[in-house]
Design a protein. Structure first.
Length: 268
C-alpha cells in the first residue's frame, strides 16, 4: 500500500471489520445514496464502471445489476474487500485509488462517501481522471457540514463523553467532512470539466432494534467503546442508546442527512 495513505489503510482495515458485520444495516441506511448513483449510471449505456471506496461492494453490485456493465470496486481496506468478494457479481480490487495505476479505462467513476479520506485529494482526483476515458463521467456523494448532520454530530459528542481524551474530528484532514465546502470540491477537481455540486437532502431510516449494533460497530462510538472496560460496558451502552432517543419514533430510527452530489466529466 502506498505510504501516503498507510494511516487510512490501517484505520479502515480495523473499522472495516465492524462494517462487514453490519453491512446489511449499512446498506439499508445508505440506500437513498446508492439509488442516486445507480440513477446516474443508468442515464446512458455503460461499459466499465469504477466504484471508489467500495466498502463491502453494495453500490458496485447495484450498478452492475442496473447497467450490465463491467464493474470494479476499489477499496483501501483489506477486510472490506474480502467481504465484498464473498458476494461476487463484480471485481473487487485492494488498492489505494489515489496512487493505483488502473489498467482499464472507465466511462464512469462513482463513489458513495468513499472519496473524503484521501491524503491528497487533488492528486487522487487527478489520478482517477487518468483512469477515465475522454468524455467519461464522475459522480460521488459526500457529506455537507457536520452541523447539518445531527445524527453524526451526536455520535461524535457521545464518543468524546465515553473517552474524554479522544481527539476532536479534524474537519480539514481526511475524514467525512473534508469535502463539505463546495469551493474545496471545485479546487480538488481541477482539470475535470462540467463540475456541478448539488445539495441533496434525504431522511434515512432503520429499525430501532439495529441501532445499537450499528453504533457499536461503526464510527467514533465504536472506536471509543474499544477502550471501555468490560465491567462498564453495559452501563456505557445504556448511555449511548439514550443519547439517540431523539431519533427514535414508533420503533423506527429516522434522521435527516445533508449531502452533496458532485458530477464532472473528463475533458474530450
Amino acid at each position: 500500500m502506498a505510504e501516503v495513505n498507510a494511516e487510512q489503510a490501517a484505520l479502515w482495515n480495523t473499522s472495516g471489520q465492524g462494517w462487514a458485520r453490519v453491512q446489511d444495516t449499512v446498506g439499508q441506511l445508505m440506500r437513498p445514496f446508492e439509488e442516486l448513483l445507480v440513477e446516474k449510471a443508468a442515464e446512458r449505456p455503460r461499459r466499465r464502471v469504477l466504484d471508489v471506496g467500495c466498502g463491502t461492494g453494495g453500490v458496485t453490485r447495484a450498478v452492475a445489476a442496473a447497467t450490465g456493465a463491467e464493474c470494479v470496486g476499489v477499496d483501501i481496506a483489506e477486510s472490506m474487500v474480502a467481504a465484498a468478494r464473498e458476494h461476487g457479481q463484480a471485481e473487487f480490487l485492494l488498492a489505494d485509488a489515489q496512487t493505483h495505476v488502473f489498467e482499464q479505462r472507465f466511462d464512469l467513476v462513482v463513489s458513495r462517501f468513499g472519496v473524503m479520506f484521501f491524503a491528497d485529494p487533488g492528486a487522487a482526483f487527478t489520478n482517477l481522471r487518468t483512469a477515465v476515458e475522454p468524455g467519461g463521467e464522475l459522480c460521488f456523494i459526500t457529506w455537507r457540514a457536520q452541523e447539518e448532520n445531527p445524527f453524526m454530530l451526536t455520535g461524535d459528542r457521545v464518543a468524546r463523553e465515553i473517552l474524554p481524551g479522544m481527539p476532536a474530528r479534524d474537519l480539514d484532514g481526511p475524514g467525512p467532512f473534508s469535502l463539505a465546502d463546495p469551493a474545496r470540491v471545485r479546487e480538488v477537481l481541477d482539470g475535470w470539466a462540467d463540475v456541478e455540486v448539488t445539495p441533496i437532502d434525504r431522511t434515512t431510516r432503520l429499525p430501532e432494534e439495529v441501532l445499537l449494533p450499528y453504533l457499536t460497530n461503526m464510527g467514533p462510538v465504536s472506536r471509543a467503546l474499544r477502550e471501555v472496560p468490560e465491567r462498564d460496558r453495559d452501563r456505557v451502552l445504556d448511555r449511548v442508546r439514550g443519547a439517540f432517543d431523539e431519533f427514535v419514533h414508533d420503533g423506527e430510527v429516522s434522521f435527516p442527512t445533508a449531502t452533496w452530489r458532485v458530477t464532472a466529466s473528463a475533458p474530450l
